[in-house]
Design a protein around this ligand. Structure first.
Ligand code: ADP
Length: 424
């Protein structure tokens, strides 16, 4: 800035042809004012080294033979700036139109002011830093208070939930994270509630299913007891019915035990390579006499030899349930078609019948425990409603998949896909 003002001053001196003039002259006054502002001294030297202006007037009209001035005048140097502890000395040439120095300005500027200003700015910055730090601490404290308050609310509600006074969480918070946490918690609660509902439904179904044969047996036994002289044939008939009910009860208990064992998951898997072709042939051989009684034709089609890493007992159970159902829910004279195929990753089994079919609205539920489309028919055929639940569990334990395609009155197809290599 000082250099710029020196340049402007040099121009004015040139314009005035080195005539600084009397104390009232504009240029003279200006130089004095400038020296005042800088709290320093300005010397103007002409081409003959004469000091034509000294704001201190001490050296006015004397000659300046300062080494640096001579060098600048000779064009050996374009300017000289020297810093001494609390002032700066700037020597600048006054250059004319021919680009030759024909005069020099020496300006001494006090740095005290600048230093004071720097100190003032530094102090102000320190005050601002402290102020902003305090503000930041205050803001952090308020934010912490608010979020801690929200977390406390969350905790209180979780405790109320635990004690059974609340059904779901409802924390009003301005923080998305807390809102998300509350929502996730509520989703989890909903899932737990669904699990609890299904557990209760299962328990009530089990009780109902186990009670039915017992009630029948009680009725049969009571009616025998109530009669004095029971004819032998009637006695035998009632006893046969009672044995049937006992068989049914024990089948339900067996199926339930199988399901419970499967719920224990992977630890119970006994996996080894099994020839799936041979396994299916064996299962079909077992069902054929039952099918033959109702004139149902059972056909097996194999596209290749398949060796799969499976738990033989569980897979046999799953597949025999499907094959038995295809016969059980078939019409007399109907047919069952079982096929086996594989690619490099999976083997596929298709069990197709042209039986009674499953109405579309029931298809999603048939894999549920105790679900039966036609209770009477299922009971007649000795069904417990647990067969497909067992099948699906066994297939899922092999990381497989099962799908159902069915049309009422046309027939049903179950497709099963199981990895050739067992992955735990
Ligand atoms: P169930 O012991 O009653 O056979 P499942 O779990 O094996 O029980 O099957 C559930 C219900 O699905 C059956 O009661 C029956 O209504 C229906 N279902 C299963 N397989 C077939 C099929 N191949 N054709 C028609 N309905 C079927």
């Amino acid at each position: 800035m000082v250099q710029n003002q020196c340049n402007i001053l040099a121009n004015q001196i040139l314009v005035n042809q080195f005539t600084i003039g009397s104390a009232q002259n504009n240029l003279n006054v200006e130089i004095d004012q400038l020296a005042n502002i800088w709290e320093g001294r300005i010397l103007v030297i002409d081409s003959k080294y004469k000091i034509i202006k000294d704001t201190y007037t001490i050296d006015q009209d004397n000659y300046m033979l300062y080494d640096e001035v001579i060098r600048i005048m000779h064009g050996e140097k374009d300017k000289n700036i020297r810093m001494v502890s609390d002032y700066a000395e700037i020597i600048m040439p006054i250059i004319n139109a021919e680009k030759v120095a024909n005069g020099v300005i020496i300006a001494t500027v006090s740095l005290k002011d600048i230093e004071d200003t720097n100190n003032y700015i530094a102090n102000q910055a320190n005050v601002l830093t402290v102020l902003f730090s305090l503000l930041a601490i205050l803001a952090a404290f308020i934010i912490c208070k608010i979020s801690v308050h929200d977390f406390k609310q969350l905790n209180i509600q979780i405790m109320q939930l635990n004690e059974g006074h609340l059904e779901s969480l409802n924390v009003r918070s301005r923080y998305n994270e807390i809102k998300q946490l509350t929502d996730s918690f509520n989703v989890l609660l909903e899932k737990m509630q669904m699990l609890e509902d299904s557990r209760q439904e299962f328990v009530s179904n089990v009780s109902h299913e186990l009670k039915t044969p017992i009630t029948s047996m009680k009725v049969l036994a009571d009616s025998l007891l109530m009669q004095e002289e029971v004819p032998n044939e009637m006695y035998r008939e009632f006893m046969t019915d009672m044995v049937e009910e006992i068989d049914r009860e024990s089948k339900i208990i067996n199926d339930l035990l199988t399901l419970v064992k499967m719920d224990k998951k992977v630890a119970e898997m006994n996996v080894k390579p099994v020839n799936i072709n041979a396994l299916l042939e064996l299962l079909l051989k077992r069902i054929k006499p039952l099918a033959a009684k109702r004139n149902i034709e059972v056909v097996f089609e194999s596209f290749r030899e398949v060796i799969g890493e499976v738990d033989e007992v569980k897979i046999s159970l799953a597949l025999s349930n499907l094959i038995e159902n295809a016969v059980k829910y078939n019409n007399d004279g109907g047919n069952v078609h079982v096929s086996l195929n594989a690619d490099h990753k999976f083997f596929y089994i298709k069990i197709q019948d042209n039986g009674v079919g499953i109405p579309e609205e029931c298809q999603a539920q048939v894999f549920e425990r105790f679900y039966r489309v036609d209770k009477a028919r299922s009971r007649e055929t000795g069904g417990t409603g647990l067969g497909l639940a067992i099948t699906r569990n066994a297939i899922l334990m092999h990381k497989g998949a099962i799908k159902l395609y069915s049309e009422l009155g046309v027939g049903t197809t179950f497709t099963v896909r199981i990895p050739l290599k067992y992955v735990s």
